[in-house]
Design a protein around this ligand. Sequence first.
Ligand SMILES: C[S@@+](CC[C@H](N)C(=O)[O-])C[C@H]1O[C@@H](n2cnc3c(N)ncnc32)[C@H](O)[C@@H]1O
Length: 276
Amino acid sequence: MKKNKFSDMSYVDFISFIKETNRCPGGKDTINWILRNSFANDKTHVLEIGSNTGFSSLEVARLLKCNVLGIDVVANAVNIANQELKQDTKEIQKLVKFKVGSAYNIPCKDNSIDLIIAGGSTSFMDNKNKAITEMYRVLKPWGMCSVTNLFYHTRPPKKVLKAVSDIIGTEIKYMTAKDWLDLYTNVNDFEIYKFETEKLSAQTENTLKDYIEYFMNKPHIACLSCEEKNAIKQRWHDILTVFNENHKYLGFIKCLLRKRTSPEEPELFKIKTKLN
Ligand SMILES: C[S@@+](CC[C@H](N)C(=O)[O-])C[C@H]1O[C@@H](n2cnc3c(N)ncnc32)[C@H](O)[C@@H]1O
């Protein structure tokens, strides 16, 4: 592929540049599921880890009118999130904050957060254990941590995993739904409070083309030179083609983990957790 400033940008910088509304898997439906099942309300202090361009944090504040802090390591993404926030109502502007920050060193006090939202972000992290330990530290006792992550229901070819890893900039491993649950519950004493899985599917080539065209028509892209537009179109097409292939093997987990203060007694005849 010919080198240019768009081919050299990191994936998160690139989607921040084209202003793709990055969402957690399942988008608004998932946010709705998290808020209903965590019993969140306007008094809930919410922390989003990997807030990207702000979609989930803003959605939570709009629904609950509660305080939300979104952190992300990528400054460009935080800038876009702050631009989105400026366009929202004064009420939402008072409730939401976005800042550059890492899950490895969360800028919050111990036991200070009621609900953590980690939608897709743990997949981007090399040191997942460190991030999970930090999430546990900042949660209040009985606080909830929601994890929404893509998992593989079928093992994908190695070349698909490599292509996705190259785009994301972090090694993507073959993780099943159980692997994600084990990862989160083995690091700390998280209780699996609620857990569901959803299936995903690949889109047709025409749907991909229409989606790319939608971005090419955005005013801040349509005004660029032909050379720049072609470079953006090429990079976006390459990324989406790889993601689309990957989606043949993917589902996603919706999970609420709870920070207990004491272990629960075993329950003999309990409902079986379905893994996919
Ligand atoms: C798939 S996006 C998250 C989408 C977002 N949750 C939403 O609902 O719009 C993953 C994000 O995690 C961020 N990320 C990666 N490593 C991180 C870390 N150590 N701390 C905080 N954010 C991180 C990436 O920069 C990226 O913006």
